[in-house]
Write a protein that binds this ligand. Structure first.
Ligand SMILES: [Zn+2]
Length: 69
């Protein structure tokens, strides 16, 4: 596992971890403000089942569809 390719893969991974960390920090901030589990667009409660699957969800079912590419 040496060479420029391995190094690139590790850099990508570190970048990804940094992104996830940022999302977790955001989720914690929302938890502190008391709006965790609510859609950022409309304020609707995000379905608990969906939050179970992905605790970092920020949108209700309707707006998740709208923001996804
Ligand atoms: Zn919404």
């Amino acid at each position: 596992m040496t060479g420029p390719f391995a190094h690139e893969a590790v850099s990508d991974e570190i970048e990804e971890i940094g992104q996830v960390l940022g999302e977790v920090e955001e989720a914690l901030a929302r938890l502190e403000r008391g709006d965790y589990g609510h859609c950022e667009e409309c304020g609707e409660t995000v379905e608990p089942a969906a939050l179970d699957a992905d605790p970092l969800l920020r949108h209700c079912a309707t707006h998740r569809r709208a923001v996804q590419p």
